[in-house]
Ligand binder design. Structure first.
Ligand SMILES: *[C@@H]1O[C@H](CO)[C@@H](O)[C@H](O)[C@H]1NC(C)=O
Ligand SMILES: *[C@@H]1O[C@H](CO)[C@@H](O)[C@H](O)[C@H]1NC(C)=O
Ligand SMILES: *[C@@H]1O[C@H](CO)[C@@H](O)[C@H](O)[C@H]1NC(C)=O
Ligand SMILES: *[C@@H]1O[C@H](CO)[C@@H](O)[C@H](O)[C@H]1NC(C)=O
Length: 427
């Protein structure tokens, strides 16, 4: 109690002191500005003559502070940096006026020449984990550069977004797939929040889990997870295409084929069916934003470009509608949100098809799951190009599926055996 009072008293006293001498501070600050400006001028002048006299030295001399001064910047800094310090450094300091070049607070050490360039600012953390709140993350992810031309050579990346319950079941297959293609892809994994990754998980996936959350209502959680995955991937400006996959998915082609297909595509791959079955899930509560003729159904395994990924994380119209609708109704938002939203707003980009092959032929509510015996060379060849024709950039092709599901871990041995030959994986 006593100490609390003391603190309060102390606090009060401090406040009083500051408000008593505002002018004094202004005058004081101005005189230090003046002094400092002279110092900088003198410094620049001297510096140009005496190359070995440290700039640092001049600045430290102008520091008027009883407390140990923070580290000053090195002598390699320019007049521009010094000028910035004059403008912004002194305003908020009331106790002690320390006129110094502030050290930029950036996590990674600056690259060789001591430059903090654009690449430093754009750098993304090696680990995907962070503790941003959901709203903070979405806001940050929704940022776009208004200037469309990149001021640096840029290698576009494909972001592979894995929505999993737990471990990356087909990890060895994906490792083969990604091998030798560093710099062209990034991986993000959203697993169930209760899942604790094993310490001997492949390094390819270990640091790539993103924050996940326990979700309480219906299938809406899937949409939230998808938005979270997209938002995390958007933080890396190099990511241009975004594929959503599950732990039961495998690639059907090698990395270079998948990469070229996606990077050069002028469409996005989202299924959108208007069927009688789909219509039974529509509810008039979705009006007026969503009407029955707009209502679409698809699988959740999408592939979209950066522009649409940005739209998804910034959506303030359809997403809240689903959010409200799903609170008190049986809801399959994961199968309806994106198809419906995109058909309303971005029809021109829709291919209305999925890149992920799946077999519903057996009927029922779950697709066929593949185990060891079913995986043969012929089977894989059929998935790669024997499933009919489709359009790619307006032209007919038999390469309609780049990925396939659902594969169980028992199929792994055979997949790994055939992959180098059938799928032309790097051996
Ligand atoms: C200072 O300017 C020179 C060229 O004028 C530049 O090469 C150097 O990187 C700059 N240093 C800093 C720290 O900005
Ligand atoms: C220092 O500032 C002057 C004028 O503001 C500018 O012309 C000059 O290029 C600057 N030098 C460095 C090394 O940044
Ligand atoms: C996809 O479906 C929408 C309407 O549902 C249609 O307008 C569009 O032309 C379709 N796109 C393709 C490529 O078939
Ligand atoms: C990838 O697969 C294609 C066939 O789909 C093949 O033509 C190409 O040579 C393969 N690329 C590499 C790097 O192995």
């Amino acid at each position: 109690m006593k100490s609390h009072q003391q603190q309060q008293h102390h606090h009060h006293h401090q406040k009083g002191a500051t408000s008593l001498f505002p002018k004094w501070h202004v005058i004081n600050t101005f005189s230090y500005f003046f002094l400092f400006a002279c110092g900088v001028a003198a410094g620049v002048f001297l510096n140009s003559y005496l190359k070995n006299v440290s700039f640092d030295l001049h600045l430290t001399k102008f520091s008027i502070s009883p407390s140990p001064s923070p580290p000053t910047t090195s002598a390699t800094h320019n007049n521009t940096t010094a000028a910035a310090a004059v403008g912004g450094g002194c305003e908020n300091r009331q106790e002690k006026i320390v006129v110094e070049v502030p050290v930029p607070v950036l996590p990674p050490p600056p690259p060789p020449a001591g430059r903090v360039g654009l690449s430093e600012y754009l750098k993304v953390a090696a680990e995907a984990m962070h503790d941003m709140e959901e709203e903070e993350l979405l806001w940050r992810a929704s940022m776009v550069a208004k200037v469309k031309e990149y001021p640096f050579p840029r290698v576009p990346k494909v972001a592979f977004l894995f929505l999993t319950k737990g471990p990356m079941l087909m990890a060895p297959m994906w490792e083969l797939f990604f091998k030798g293609n560093q710099g062209l892809y990034s991986i993000y994994i959203h697993s169930s929040p209760s899942y604790v990754a094993s310490p001997d998980e492949s390094p390819l996936f270990r640091a790539r889990r993103i924050p996940s959350q326990v979700v309480t209502w219906g299938k809406f959680n899937m949409v939230e997870a998808e938005r979270r995955l997209l938002a995390n991937a958007l933080l890396d400006v190099a990511n241009q295409r975004f594929v959503l996959l599950s732990e039961a998915c495998i690639p059907l082609f090698n990395f270079s084929t998948v990469y070229d297909y996606l990077i050069n595509s002028n469409q996005v791959y989202v299924e959108a069916y208007d069927t009688a079955d789909a219509r039974t899930r529509y509810h008039p509560d979705l009006m007026p934003e969503i009407t029955l003729p707009d209502w679409r159904k698809g699988s959740q395994w999408f592939e979209i470009d950066r522009d649409l990924a940005l739209e998804v994380v910034s959506d303030r119209r359809y997403f809240p509608k689903f959010q409200g609708f799903c609170r008190n109704k049986p809801c399959y938002a994961d199968e309806h949100y994106l198809p419906t939203y995109f058909v309303i707003e971005h029809t021109g980009k829709m291919s209305n098809r999925s890149l992920t092959w799946v077999d519903w032929s057996a009927g029922g509510i779950h697709p066929n799951r593949y185990v060891r015996g079913e995986v043969t060379e012929e089977f894989l060849e059929k998935l790669r190009s024997g499933s009919g024709e489709c359009l790619y950039n307006g032209k007919k092709t038999t390469t309609c599926f780049l990925f396939a599901r659902k594969f169980l871990t028992t199929s792994l041995v055979r997949l790994l055996r055939y992959a180098p030959k059938v799928m032309h994986f790097n051996p």
